[in-house]
Design a protein around this ligand. Structure first.
Ligand SMILES: [Fe+2]
Length: 246
């Protein structure tokens, strides 16, 4: 649909999805945006790319970012107010990116886990090693009615020598979300190649930006103008659930 207000540079293709399910734009509660103006700037960029709905996912991580609904909600409200004041017409929601650790297990028991619509839940491993009880945690989440989405599987380098683990996790019903920043090469060649391997193996269920800051935003815009983006979009378009899941 033609949109007078979209400032899309001539030649930049329309994004192939319109819901970002992974980003760190809520101000002051993790390693993403520090203030609401910065968050709103990045929301405005996403809007220009064709994003119509953002599910903000601040980190919930033991020791470093022990966020709960009482820290997330007021910070989200600040972002929402700033976005509205600036007249950016976009739907903003919030959930979180939950590290599968003891803090998460405790939050789960206390009923303080806030899923995405339709009970999708963005979860992550540590970058050092797989969560020791990963299979049990994922199984328990499914038994409780959640639909776990594993964030950026392509970034867990300890899986690289045993790629069959990806198939095992995916076949067990865990959904995979690949980062656009990985496809853009932001974390290096090997991570990009693994993201492409997951695409070619038909294991990419969602794409997310995982955008934290203006530097990420610039990298993503460069990527959106690249041949790589067109190649990836041709493979992923119509195959991810970003828009249909919620
Ligand atoms: Fe993230």
């Amino acid at each position: 649909m033609f949109n007078f207000f979209r400032k899309k540079p001539a030649g930049r293709p329309e994004l192939f999805f319109h819901t970002d399910i992974h980003c760190h734009l809520i101000p002051g509660i993790d390693d993403g945006q520090r203030d609401a103006d910065g968050g709103a700037d990045l929301v405005a960029h996403e809007k220009e790319w064709g994003i119509e709905r953002i599910i903000a996912t601040p980190h919930v991580t033991q020791d470093t970012f022990e966020n709960t609904p009482s820290s997330i909600q007021p910070a989200f409200d600040k972002l929402q107010d700033t976005v509205r004041q600036r007249g950016i017409n976009i739907e903003l929601l919030h959930s979180a990116e939950y590290r599968l650790d003891a803090f998460f297990a405790a939050q789960l028991e206390k009923g303080l886990v806030n899923p995405m619509p339709n009970n999708y839940l963005l979860v992550e491993n540590s970058f050092i090693q797989e969560a020791w009880n990963l299979d049990k945690m994922l199984f328990d989440l499914k038994m409780r009615g959640y639909k776990p989405i594993l964030a950026h599987p392509e970034r867990y380098v300890y899986y690289f020598p045993k790629k069959e683990r990806y198939r095992q996790l995916h076949d067990a019903g865990t959904l995979f979300q690949v980062n656009m920043l990985s496809l853009a090469g932001n974390y290096g060649k090997e991570v990009k190649q693994m993201a492409e391997h997951l695409i070619d193996s038909d294991m990419v269920d969602f794409v997310g930006t995982d955008m934290h800051n203006h530097k990420h935003c610039a990298i993503l815009e460069q990527y959106l103008d690249s041949k790589d983006y067109r190649r990836h979009a041709a493979k992923l378009s119509g195959r991810v659930f970003n828009d249909s899941a919620f």
